[in-house]
Design a protein around this ligand. Structure first.
Ligand SMILES: Nc1ncnc2c1ncn2[C@@H]1O[C@H](COP(=O)(O)OP(=O)(O)OP(=O)(O)O)[C@@H](O)[C@H]1O
Ligand SMILES: [Mg+2]
Length: 327
């Protein structure tokens, strides 16, 4: 399988800021790679360089075997790009926007119109097709922009944070659309701050931080780097923390991390639900009231923390990362 998107040592600086600091990337044909990183990691910069919107200061990039610097026009004819911020004309209708893109790509009148209607259907915008985009919600604009990237059936797609700002339902819908595209053979590089999104869509995940790839692998491989399952218990009373800790230590064998502030205890376990049941039984026997008990599989947030020593939400960008330090 050949690499349809390939970057070697990409560098881009803005004064003191190293937006990209030697980024390497390879996306095999027909696969999905997610560039996963927090705000300012360099995701948009990388996509813009690969999509020929921006020149790199150093390094090499090719798309569909074409050097992005030497022949940007040839690259452009093979890619679809949906940027982080929807680029749609406010005063045209959704339909007119897509038809315009079709004509820009040189589609004939009829095929361009048909394609516009087809995409409006796919993206759940058929009812709003003939309304000016300025009446659209943020999520509708987002979907229209994505549809625009697909007008010309490009074999290579770049989607920069495709579902940021969408509600959970629209996000799941969009994941389905994207999965269909990939099944149809597209090669896709997407960026995301949503770890779940990378998990759901990507064959391969490149974790990017400060303009560099700091890890690469499948979601499972990355999760494997932080170890297996953990049991989490929140006890009702401060006075029970010590006893609960002793109990967990016996059950889990590994290190128990105690957050006294939230009265949460966490420990690595093997044995899954059985361990959970046993913990509950023993807690009950000791008369320890429990507010919450759960078996937690490592998330990609945990991976990020393990890899970088800092959480992904330093800019408040990611929900659910917390400042947890349990390993
Ligand atoms: N035109 C510019 N001028 C100055 N600095 C820039 C410019 N574009 C990007 N940067 C800086 O380069 C770094 C990488 O930016 P980039 O937009 O690629 O990050 P990102 O990963 O896409 O972040 P986000 O998740 O917020 O979209 C940031 O520190 C950003 O401030
Ligand atoms: Mg960005």
């Amino acid at each position: 399988m050949s690499d349809v998107i390939r970057a070697v040592g990409l560098v881009k600086t803005y004064g003191e800021i190293h937006a990209l600091d030697g980024l390497d990337l390879a996306v095999p044909e027909g696969t999905v790679t997610a560039l996963l990183g927090p705000n300012g990691a360099g995701k948009t910069t990388a996509v813009r360089i690969l999509a020929t919107v921006l020149d790199a200061d150093d390094g090499f990039a090719e798309v569909a075997g074409i050097d992005v610097r030497k022949d940007p026009n040839a690259v452009r004819s093979r890619i679809g790009l949906s940027g982080q911020f929807a680029a749609v004309d406010e005063y045209l209708t959704g339909y007119e926007n897509l038809d315009m893109v079709g004509q820009l790509y040189g589609l004939r009148r009829r095929p361009s119109r048909d394609r516009a209607r087809e995409l409006l259907d796919t993206f759940g915008l058929a009812d709003a097709a003939d309304r000016p985009v300025k009446t659209y919600s943020g999520g509708m604009r987002r979907r229209l922009d994505l549809a625009g990237a697909l007008v010309a059936h490009p074999p290579v797609l770049f989607l920069d944070e495709p579902t940021t700002g969408l509600d959970p339902r629209s996000r799941t819908d969009l994941w389905e659309v994207i999965n269909e595209l990939v099944k149809a053979g597209s090669t896709l590089l997407l960026t995301t701050q949503y770890l779940e999104e990378a998990d759901r869509l990507a064959d391969d995940i490149v974790v990017i931080d400060h303009g560099k790839a700091i890890a690469q692998g499948t979601a499972d491989q990355l999760k494997g780097r932080v170890g297996g399952e953990r049991v989490e218990i929140v006890v009702a009373a401060d006075a029970d923390l010590a006893a609960a800790r002793t109990l967990l230590q016996e059950l889990a064998g590994g290190e128990v991390v105690v957050d006294e502030h939230t009265r949460r205890l966490t420990a690595p376990v093997s044995g899954g639900a059985g361990v959970l049941m046993e913990a509950l039984r023993r807690l009950d026997a000791l008369g320890i009231a429990v507010i919450d008990i759960a078996l937690r599989r490592p998330t990609l947030e945990d991976v990020f923390l393990t890899l970088t020593g800092h959480s992904t939400d330093e800019d408040g960008a990611l929900p659910g990362t917390g400042a947890r330090t349990e390993r």
